[in-house]
Design a protein around this ligand. Structure first.
Ligand code: BYC
Ligand code: FE
Ligand code: FE
Length: 482
């Protein structure tokens, strides 16, 4: 395959995979393209399609400089197909085919499993755009609006990335799956998106920041595992997607940091010493820390569900087949086959949460989820530092993995955020202490008013420390009227 570092922008579909010489795939993508644009108009950002947005577009896969910033109308964004450069002599880095040359074509025996992984990955990308489509209307600033739209166009590009794999490597059924990706809708009763969290609402900007922090981070972990794949085109696609993904998590982490900062500043100004005194904090027009904790509880646990069951033969099969590896597989020192290894898994044993050793192969989802939790902790440390520096005795924490689960070991029980199992009645009574209630939602909604003046920020969020592309916070990131 002909692959350049630089992207060919002369054709309708920018790419570094030599599309112009691959007539069959080019044709298939050109047939798919109008449907994608229709989907973007119908299900992409509600409004603002004519606005000029200061967006980055990938123009190379060179890690030292791959993006170019400019004003673009979103429907004219150059969604392209970009694969990281091919590594010479790359080998399948794990599983039964360990050490064999990486596959440049789909291994026939694992075709169905591989297609399923690509389809599930592809399905999440447009789903997130659908979930976030109404948020432009309540953007707390032009800076935040621009970040939202940046995330949206890149999730659109991630859909293109998976559709390219389907069109190029899976023939007719790949084309059918590519069409289905445009047909399913987040939250739809008859054609929902495939995974739970992607059918939930993202009702407000606090949810958006929690989503980009916690759910895009599942994306990071899954993309890392798929970047290990013995199927080389998938590996290279995911490697480049990860460079874009970093910005999505940055939006979440700094978004929550700025909310925490603003709340602490406002409490200090008002002389409030107890951050849990909601009756005093809310009238300041900021989001109280206990409500932040509830939103965190919700989005973290929805994201934990995305890792599948703790013990999973699907995960073992995908690993054995060389399709989906572990986080940082090539840096782990072991046989990369896990034939005799075990891994401790949290399970429900006689009504108690216990650690039980399971064969490491079937425990791969649990392992990736543990890596994810470790990665999540970093943001909490930053947010808690802001609270401590402001002089408040309050800590945001990650709830126990048994809390509020719909997938896996704990889906049939109720537990407190501290991991104490409780009965249905107790859960019913306490639930709204731990998860956002209708009243919490109404309060947050009351703060969600648009701020479209350059340099203006909503009452509940601090301006960013630095802007995008070295621009100041009061740069005109979106020209709404053009
Ligand atoms: N909801 O053995 P099990 C991203 C199904 S996010 C509904 O427990 P497995 C992004 C499962 O499909 C990253 N169903 O789990 C973020 C299976 O069904 P079938 C997305 C679920 O298969 C933000 C059955 O339960 N990428 O990129 O080992 C913005 C038993 O499955 C759920 C990937 O996920 C659920 N939560 O693992 C934009 C990577 N969980 O086959 C984008 C590809 C499980 O029996 N996917 N089920 O009908 C995978 O690697 C795996 O499919 C999963 C599940 C990790 C998702
Ligand atoms: Fe993505
Ligand atoms: Fe993302």
């Amino acid at each position: 395959m002909n692959v350049n570092i630089n992207v060919d922008y002369s054709s309708t579909i920018p790419n570094n995979v030599g599309l112009s010489e691959d007539r069959r795939v080019l044709k298939a993508l050109e047939v798919w393209h109008p449907g994608y644009l229709d989907w973007w108009q119908d299900m992409g950002p509600d409004g603002f399609q004519e606005s000029l947005v200061y967006l980055r577009t990938a123009y190379s896969v060179d890690p030292r400089g791959w993006a170019k910033f400019d004003y673009v109308r979103m429907p004219e964004y150059r969604w392209g197909i970009l694969l990281a450069p091919q590594e010479e002599n790359r080998k399948v880095p794990f599983g039964e085919h360990y050490g064999e040359p990486a596959w440049q074509d789909v291994p026939g025996e694992h075709r169905a499993m591989l297609r399923r992984l690509v389809v599930i990955q592809g399905d999440t990308e447009p789903a997130s755009v659908e979930q976030q489509r109404h948020l432009g209307k309540t953007a707390p600033s032009l800076y935040d609006m621009r970040n939202l739209f940046q995330v949206n166009v890149e999730e659109g590009r991630h859909l293109w990335a998976m559709v390219y794999l389907l069109q190029k490597y899976f023939g007719r059924d790949g084309r059918e799956e590519a069409d289905e990706l445009l047909r399913r809708r987040s939250g739809s009763a008859d054609a929902p998106r495939m995974l739970g969290a992607f059918n939930e609402a993202t009702p407000d900007w606090l949810s958006f920041f929690m989503f980009t922090y916690f759910t895009d981070r599942d994306g990071k972990m899954q993309l890392h595992s798929l970047a290990q794949s013995g199927f080389d085109p998938l590996s290279r696609t995911c490697r480049f997607m990860l460079t874009e993904e970093a910005h999505h998590m940055f939006v979440g982490e700094t978004g929550i940091s700025r909310v925490v900062q603003r709340t602490c500043d406002a409490m200090k100004e008002a002389g409030i010493s107890d951050p849990t005194d909601i009756a005093k904090v809310r009238p300041l027009g900021v989001i109280d820390l206990p409500t932040l904790q509830k939103k965190l509880n919700l989005h973290y646990t929805l994201s934990l569900d995305l890792f599948g069951s703790e013990v999973s033969t699907n995960a073992a099969n995908a690993f054995n087949a060389g399709l989906k590896g572990r986080y940082r597989e090539t840096q782990i020192e072991d046989d990369h086959q896990l034939k005799n290894d075990t891994y401790p898994v949290l399970k429900l044993v006689n009504g108690e949460i216990k650690r039980v050793d399971e064969p490491a192969l079937t425990a791969l989802n649990m392992r990736l989820r543990d890596d994810y939790t470790q990665d999540c902790v970093k943001g909490l440390l930053r947010w808690n530092k802001i609270i401590t520096l402001a002089g408040y005795d309050y800590k945001l924490t990650l709830p126990n993995v048994a809390f509020h689960r719909a997938i896996g070991e704990f889906k049939t029980v109720h537990a407190t955020p501290d991991g104490v199992l409780i009965d249905d009645a107790a859960w019913g009574k306490r639930k709204s202490d731990w998860l956002p209630s209708t009243e919490d939602g109404d309060f947050i909604a009351s703060l969600m008013t648009p701020h479209y003046e350059t340099g203006q920020f909503a009452s509940w969020i601090a301006p960013p420390k630095v802007g995008i592309d070295n621009k100041p916070g009061d740069f005109e990131y979106v020209k709404i009227e053009t």
